[in-house]
Design a protein around this ligand. Sequence first.
Ligand SMILES: [Zn+2]
Length: 693
Amino acid sequence: MTFLPNYLNSILKAAAFCCLALTLLPAYAQDAPKQGNHGINVANMDRSVKPGDNFWLYCDGDWIKRTEIPPDRARLSVFSTLDDLSNKRTAALIDELAKSNAPAGSSKRKIADLYNSYMDEAAIDAKGLAPLQPHLKAIAAISSKKELAYALGQTLRADVDALNNTNFHTPHLFGLWVAPGFNDSDHYAPYLMQGGVQLPDREYYTSDNEHMRDIRAQYQTHVSAMLKLAGFTDTDARAQRLIALEHAIAEKHLTLAENDDIHKANNTWTQSDFNTKAPGLDWAEYFRGAGLAKQASFIVWQPTAFAGESALVESTPLETWKDWLAYHVLEEYAGYLPKAFSDESYAFFGAMLQGAPQQRPRWQRGVMVVNRYLGDDVGQIYAQRYFPPEAKAQADAMVANIIAAFRKRIDALDWMDPKTKAEAQAKLTTLYVGIGYTESWIDYSGYEVKPDDVFTNVWRGKLFQYHRQVARLGKNVDRHEWSMTPQTVNAVNLPLQNALNFPAAVLQPPFFDPKAPAAANYGAIGSVIGHEVSHTFDTEGSAFDSKGRVRNWWTDADLAHFEAATAKLAAQYDAYQPFPDLHLNGKQTLAENIADVAGIAASYDGYHASLAGKSAPVQDGFSGDQQFFIAFGQNYAAKGRDAALRQQVMVDSHSPAQYRASTVRNIDAWYSSFDVRPGETLYLAPDERVRIW
Ligand SMILES: [Zn+2]
């Protein structure tokens, strides 16, 4: 469970269209952090707004007014500004490596070669569709459903992630996630998940909303155009049939809210179970194609989707499936094919779905490609250069304070049974907190990179990651393993490992500034830390015990209390309505909203503990507590295009920024800090405020 939506995973088809990372530094970058001034940024606030009416605008209103979203962006935020910094640094590192003329086969040379192979547009255009032709020919040669099953198996990749970087979307028929087993958390197990559609979520196929109908009409035009570019004939009819197939697949899918239920996901199937529980697809051929013929069993996340999708393999004509395969491989690799493909793909998935008319500059996309396929090699140098031991020590101390605050809060809960409390405390004791960077870097020596062939570099990169994951099946779990590179601006809780990662790139001003008052650091990065710690105890995290096993360690009464409190929180977020025809889904965002509420509460306590009885310094006329809450609100300075905001509401487990900033309405101290009174928009009577941890 991450702190921020992972736009890279959800939107990026070919590492071509990222939405959170990278920019030409916008105006905002020049004023945050302020020179010679550390702590909250009063120039970003709009003090004409009452904090109790709209805390987000109060903290960020002037920034929102003066910020313009550049044409290559779907959204800007305080996080994207830090991403820009991280990417500029990474680009400079890559540039140095490229000039160092490192020996062939060395990791430095691979980084340079991968980046340069992406940057060489002339070489990519000159090759035309040639790199993809062998794959298209193989698809054209499929002559039976048995061969189709094998070919579908060959597309399986390690491209989904249910609980860490949370990504439930794969365009391949199914997706593989290798992680500690639900029932044996000491060993890695294979989780299989539903897939098979290109649009971001089933809602895009099934919703009757006018906006969605418009997207579907444009999708038909886009699919036809892609097929035409690749030399197919009769493309309108082919597009119509393969979209009808995607629609049928989407109808079998579980919703995002349903995917969050661990207990429904814990289904162990042997290979023969697939034949009886999900007949249609030739499973033996599928697993042979995937290189998993010897894997005895799998955990199937969405059994009904597997049954439905497998039946569709049998009932849908072979030719439709072949068109589906051809279009899917074209779309997946469009960013590494000649400009016409890349532009057509972006026009739909970037400009149409996200609202940003222009692609990012190519160098920024090149950095993303390197981060995706050689991220740890770059990260190792990045961490050495940009994360000094002093910063690590100070971040360690904050984490310790916030975890101590969490412990006290658990002890003080009047509704919780002592036995449940003891297991909650045990979870905090075994929690591994990674600060800055991993202790064991990924070894990419098995990944071959060629200087002038980005298509096969990316193809092999995905295969390398897949084989690396498959090779881990059945092996002992490394609880200290990281799931983020140090240059990533985000944070994550890994529930099956009972571990947290805070990458170096997020431990930077304005979130974390060693020179800022404690109030600002605890309000900003402290709430992020608290958020990740509390994922340990959200609706999903609380399903796992201190060893990462799925085990109910709750008494019935405790669970009933927890469920009542969380239902109240879900209702609070259900009521938010960013568009007249679109509400937030309180259940889909529940785990993240719990983490936001519990995170700020624990960080507030940690802040007070850090003062050790001394009074806090006043800054710009704001008390320590006021600075704490304003710093929290300033985490959510963000501006997005309507299309991007709609997509987030529909496909993401994180609430949009303005509602995350409103989390404060559940915290008593916020009311006294800003004199918030009944009648103001965000006001909640004391018994309506949600207190969970
Ligand atoms: Zn989170």
